[in-house]
Design a protein around this ligand. Structure first.
Ligand code: 5GP
Ligand code: MN
Length: 357
């Protein structure tokens, strides 16, 4: 703790007001049973923020449950507390009962109840008070308190600020700090984008004084892989990546059969969509994964100012951030590819460098 005192206190973002923090403390003081929920296909930020908050609230004497819509990827199961989460797709009745019994529900890292599948119905049905902390655009979460800050690079960084502003930083132990750091790291691609705020590094310095091992976190979250994952990604890049240089785009597709043949398991294609952005002259990358014969998960990434969230919102019922977005396609992979190819020309005018076609 003394070490922490030597590190400047990061400035509290304007999205976190004193009156909101007073309300948060009042709401916390009046409850015992708390549920924390995060979005479908939880990533490091979703699970990290949920578990970090769970550790802090447990230290306050609350009875806390983290409920996810579905199974987190294997590479996040090292997070302290991950083994006790309630996974709705596996035990829906337990998830439903937990939400029904909660007095307070935290919604972390999502902006719309539609992002949490059937868990959204359980949250809506619950009479618990609701607090959302999130950094996505297009915030659409009714509730008793909302801290929404799209300028924050991760929900974990925002949550750190909330905890500090609410006077709870002392309760961030090594486990909570590990979870917070993981989300800050994964949502910025290991501090390679969205990561120029000096405050980010003050937070990290303070978390390091709690005894986190950031090198180990990097290794566990990013750099541990199964053989099949490495081979699947290698196959996707070598055989299944099409470059549309006239639109400065790369498109990777993986069919259900290809995934099955190569022993795909959840999380194996995480970050694959980023890889084509390393190719000179490519401004955005699209990854289409056929999850069912009639359903394709769409993921997009871009560099610079090309708004992939617009493509996802306008054609795939999704959204996200300027440079990282996603959506869904209900239909076959072939039909989805046809849509992608037909819309690419419509967005040429938004490219930083105009194609010379
Ligand atoms: P990913 O490509 O890693 O699945 O998602 C990247 C980002 O896109 C997420 O952080 C989220 O903001 C957004 N996103 C992904 N899928 C969807 C979706 O189906 N709907 C919406 N609204 N946003 C999504
Ligand atoms: Mn996030």
């Amino acid at each position: 703790m003394n070490e922490t005192l030597n590190i400047p206190v990061p400035a509290t973002p304007r999205s976190i007001t004193q009156s909101a923090m007073r309300k948060l403390r009042r709401m916390l003081d009046s409850v015992r049973r708390v549920s924390i929920v995060c979005h479908m296909s939880p990533d490091g930020d979703a699970l990290g923020s949920s578990l970090a908050l769970a550790h802090v609230l447990t230290a306050m004497g609350k009875s806390v449950r983290v409920v996810t819509p579905d199974m987190p990827p294997r590479n996040l199961m090292f997070l302290p507390g991950a083994s006790s989460i309630i996974i709705t797709s596996q035990i829906p009745d337990v998830a439903e009962r937990t939400l029904a019994q909660a007095e307070l529900v935290f919604c972390l890292d999502f902006n719309d109840l539609r992002r949490i599948d059937r868990l959204g119905r359980y949250v809506e049905a619950s009479s618990a008070r609701r607090i959302t902390i999130d950094h996505h655009l297009d915030f659409n979460m009714p509730g008793d308190l909302a801290i929404s800050d799209p300028s924050s690079s991760s929900t974990c960084a925002l949550l750190y600020h909330v905890l500090a502003a609410a006077g709870l930083e002392e309760l961030i132990d090594t486990d909570a700090a590990t979870c917070l750091y993981t989300g800050m790291m994964t949502d910025t691609g290991n501090f390679s984008y969205n990561s120029n705020s000096p405050d980010l590094y003050l937070i990290i310095a303070r978390l390091l004084t709690r005894g986190i091992d950031k090198d180990e976190i990097y290794r566990r979250a990013w750099n541990e892989s199964t053989e099949s994952r490495i081979r699947l990604c290698g196959y996707a890049l070598s055989e299944k990546m099409a470059l549309h240089r006239n639109h400065r785009a790369a498109v990777i597709t993986l069919s259900l059969d290809e995934l099955k043949e190569r022993g795909y398991s959840r999380g194996d294609t995480e970050s694959l969509v980023n890889q084509p952005l390393a190719i000179l002259g490519i401004e955005y990358s699209i990854f289409l994964r056929e999850d069912r014969t009639d359903f394709v998960k769409v993921s997009m990434r871009s560099v610079g100012s090309f708004p992939v969230n617009r493509l996802c919102a306008e054609h795939f019922g999704g959204g996200g951030h300027l440079n990282a977005a996603g959506g869904e396609f209900h239909g076959s992979l072939t039909d989805c590819m046809a849509v992608v190819e037909s819309i690419m020309p419509q967005y040429d005018s938004l490219l930083a460098t105009q194609p010379d076609n």
